[in-house]
Design a protein. Structure first.
Length: 325
């Protein structure tokens, strides 16, 4: 039980005392944790904080523009927007193994982030949105040496070679507290309550080799799916977006035959995925209404030239995983 204004005042005082007049850098991913950490630190030290936002070419539609609008324009924060998509695509060319792709995306991120932060010569601190469950998880991973099915990595874990002191103001908070804090700090509720998005982004939602063309089609198809989920309302005023834990579109590098007007098409397939879960360790596929699925399918096929077939994933976890890779 906590009082938000008091909590913020206390956290702000603590950050000020820790950092003094030194400069801080933070890797902004657009996700909840790094966003809330950024907003809190900015409340404490203003322009002593510089955020670095790396566009890896694997983000959702308009995500870069939204991050800049929220943080730079509305919250007046210093944000460096790095378009590294060309670099990421180059390193991913010809690679189709999922774990290999994760490694490349993680490694590239560290490289780009380090290069950008090296330009900020004054920086003494590296801020991260580590939250309490991350602290627990990494402690238990060390003792249990857990068997990894997928090597999850987030923006965190930047190498010690950066010689920066770590600033982690969310270390004691649970996810729901982080969200509450984010709203209290003025972040848009839509951002704070967004479904989780994996660190490797669309890199693990494009099966096999990642290509810019696939990413562009997938982004547009996925934006339609999410928009339609958000546009529904049940009797309690909840949307299907609220009622699912994670929903997204997967690009299948498979072509199938279709008809359009009086012509034959031979185009790509996407799969919709929507799950309900408490802990993401097990999950059920969401029983989305048929008319909603139909509307999404029609819109994707009509509006995204290059996709002529939409399927719905009805696999539970286990035995399937939530992501396809
Ligand atoms: P799976 O697919 O293993 O996913 O059932 C469980 C949850 O983890 C997310 N996920 C990732 N998150 N880096 C991340 O930061 C990753 O490499 C990664 N792989 C999966 C997935 O989106 C789901 O929420």
């Amino acid at each position: 039980d906590w009082n938000m204004p008091d909590y913020i005042a206390e956290a702000v005082a603590k950050i000020k005392a820790q950092v003094g007049n030194e400069e801080v850098i933070l890797g902004l991913s657009g996700g909840v944790d790094s966003s809330v950490a950024a907003a809190l630190i900015h409340r404490a030290i203003g322009d002593q904080l510089t955020c670095v936002f790396v566009d890896n070419g694997l983000l959702r539609l308009n995500e870069g523009a939204q991050v800049m609008e929220t943080f730079a324009k509305n919250l007046h924060m210093k944000v460096i927007h790095v378009d590294a998509s060309g670099e990421f695509m180059k390193h991913l060319a010809g690679v189709s193994d999922p774990e290999q792709k994760r490694k490349i995306i993680g490694r590239e991120f560290v490289e780009v982030f380090q290069r950008e932060s090296a330009k900020l010569k004054q920086a003494k601190w590296l801020a991260q949105g580590t939250i309490y469950p991350d602290v627990i998880e990494s402690a238990s991973a060390k003792t249990k040496k857990a068997h990894t099915i997928k090597s999850h990595h987030n923006v965190g874990g930047l190498p010690e070679s950066m010689h920066l002191k770590l600033l982690e103001p969310l270390r004691e908070l649970f996810k729901d507290e982080v969200r509450e804090l984010g709203v209290a700090l003025g972040l848009p509720a839509d951002m704070v309550y967004r479904h989780p998005f994996p660190g490797p982004g669309l890199g693990v939602r494009i099966l096999g080799e990642v290509k810019r063309e696939y990413a562009e089609l997938l982004r547009r198809a996925d934006a339609i799916f999410i928009e339609e989920l958000r546009n529904t309302r049940d009797a309690d005023g909840k949307s299907w977006y609220d009622k699912t834990s994670q929903a997204f579109t997967v690009f299948l590098p498979v072509k199938s035959v279709g008809v359009m007007g009086d012509g034959r098409t031979y185009e790509w397939v996407v799969s919709l995925r929507a799950v309900q879960t408490q802990d993401f360790m097990t999950a059920h596929w969401a029983h989305l209404p048929y008319d909603l699925l139909g509307k999404v399918s029609n819109r994707i096929i009509n509006e995204v030239r290059g996709i002529n077939r939409v399927v719905y994933d009805i696999s539970g976890k286990p035995p399937a995983t939530i992501e396809w890779e």
